[in-house]
Design a binder for this molecule. Structure first.
Ligand SMILES: CC(C)(COP(=O)(O)OP(=O)(O)OC[C@H]1O[C@@H](n2cnc3c(N)ncnc32)[C@H](O)[C@@H]1OP(=O)(O)O)[C@@H](O)C(=O)NCCC(=O)NCCS
Length: 431
């Protein structure tokens, strides 16, 4: 990453302005310029809006002209990182009007965001990238992948004892009826992954605005499919897993060839996951099941009798930026004993540029991070530390790509093992 003066200033004719609920029409208008769509602004204005206004910023001309750019962030107070949760800022709704692009507005908005993170004590910023080439220059590393899987109907699953003890109910999805159940199971499934180690990168929809927006189901989002449905698996009358899905019918000469579109799946254990997938893979009139964003280690992939029956597409999922390097390193747990010196370069937040000594025991709570003048064993940009932070990218892979400089070869293996995590990071929803 090239170094830069911080914070990056806006062009003289522009200024940052806080946004309020009164700005909603302008925000939606700008959003449809940045992300072209077919739904008119007047209709969008009737849908729940996910942002928290006191974390939303716009950019206008100095003469109070039209809104030219904006960004906001979600307040994740308990974002799962390896072995712990941390306050994390979820950068979102980043958009610049096409007429104003490439004038340094995003650069300035990112620096405002990083400053806000520091002021709020959020040591980490995370995001989903519309285009993968945008955020690396700002110190964000691609920290997780998700896999979208297409499965044929009745794809056979290996047996899992206890699966048959579940009952299944399938209903119209409704926030009032299912909101609490989904929120609770989603959080619990993330925490239970890996025998209780927890799945990093799996945030809960923490604010009422995010919840309402998640459950909104306007016809314009259905792409020819039915309204949202929910399948809940229960054991002894208690919910153990759910999936939110739609069916899209297709009547062909050879018969019905519909598609099940799965939005989200969460299960507390293997028998619940097996019961859930068995039912989902056998809906009448459907020929295929297309999943949403699954973790690359999702249970269903290991349950398939014929693993080649699954067509998989791997995409980048959550991106991570360490805003306060020592606090972020202290805030997670490590999967191996480690005592390593890391030279970190940060072209925007100079306080992160230093050599840090990290000491931790495998899966232990006692993590020490201190600035040191000792020689560094490994050197990297803050972007690579972000990429490795959730445990989904190894330092060895980053070193193989020349992105981690290995000054003491003996240190790489232990550091890489310590930074990795037995449960793959993923977010099941785009924030
Ligand atoms: C992506 C977007 C926010 C960039 O805003 P911008 O104000 O034009 O960005 P800046 O002028 O600050 O650009 C800073 C640097 O990033 C680069 N950059 C910007 N957008 C980029 C992109 N999409 N791909 C690759 N590089 C990009 C610029 O070339 C510039 O590089 P330089 O410093 O080497 O000259 C804007 O084009 C946009 O709103 N696009 C559509 C919506 C979108 O994709 N938003 C992101 C949602 S996650």
């Amino acid at each position: 990453m090239t170094s830069t003066s911080f914070p990056h200033a806006l062009p003289d004719d522009l200024r940052h302005v806080p946004l309020t609920a009164q700005d909603l029409p302008a925000v939606l208008d700008l959003d449809t310029w940045a992300f072209p769509g077919t739904v008119p602004v007047e209709e969008l204005a009737g849908w729940p809006f996910p942002l928290t206004w006191d974390r939303a910023w716009g950019v206008r001309g100095a003469d109070d002209g039209p809104l030219l750019a904006m960004h906001g962030s979600y307040p994740f107070s308990e974002f799962p990182v390896p072995g712990a949760t941390l306050p994390v800022s979820g950068l979102t709704w980043v958009g610049v009007h096409p007429q104003a692009r490439r004038r340094g507005i995003l650069s300035s908005m990112i620096d405002r965001h990083l400053t806000d993170c520091l002021d709020r004590g959020e040591a980490v910023s995370a995001l989903f990238a519309a285009e993968a080439a945008i955020y690396g220059r700002f110190g964000y590393g691609s920290a997780a992948d998700d896999v979208r899987v297409t499965l044929p109907r009745q794809a056979a699953l290996l047996e899992v004892p206890g699966s048959a003890d579940h009952t299944v109910r399938i209903e119209l999805a409704d926030q009032e009826r299912h909101g609490a159940l989904v929120a609770e199971l989603h959080r619990a499934a993330g925490a239970a992954a890996g025998g209780g180690l927890g799945r990093p990168g799996w945030p809960t929809r923490e604010t009422p605005q995010l919840e309402a927006s998640f459950w909104a189901d306007p016809p314009a989002w259905r792409d020819g499919a039915e309204s949202l449905r929910i399948l809940v698996v229960e054991r002894d009358g208690r919910p153990r897993g759910y999936t939110l899905f739609r069916r899209k019918p297709s009547w062909e000469a050879a018969g019905p060839r519909g598609t099940v579109r799965v939005r989200e799946v969460a299960a507390l254990d293997a028998p619940a996951a097996h019961a859930l997938w068995s039912r989902l893979l056998d809906l009448d009139h459907m020929a295929t099941v297309e999943t949403g964003m699954l973790a690359p280690d999702d249970a269903v992939l290991s349950m398939l009798v014929d693993s080649r029956a699954a067509q998989r597409r791997l995409t980048d999922n959550v991106w991570v930026r360490l805003v306060d390097v020592p606090a972020a390193l202290r805030g997670r747990r490590y999967a191996g004993d480690v005592d390593v010196t890391l030279a970190v370069r940060d072209g925007r937040l100079s306080q992160n540029t230093a050599t840090w000594r990290l000491r931790a025991d495998a899966f232990g709570d006692h993590v020490q991070v201190e600035r040191t003048h000792e020689p560094a064993a490994l050197a990297m940009d803050v972007r690579e530390l972000g990429a490795a932070y959730l445990g989904g990218r190894t330092l060895t892979a980053l070193a193989a790509a020349g992105l981690v400089e290995v000054r003491e070869p003996a240190a790489l293996g232990a550091a890489s093992a310590a930074f990795s995590w037995p449960v793959a990071p993923v977010s099941s929803w785009v924030f």
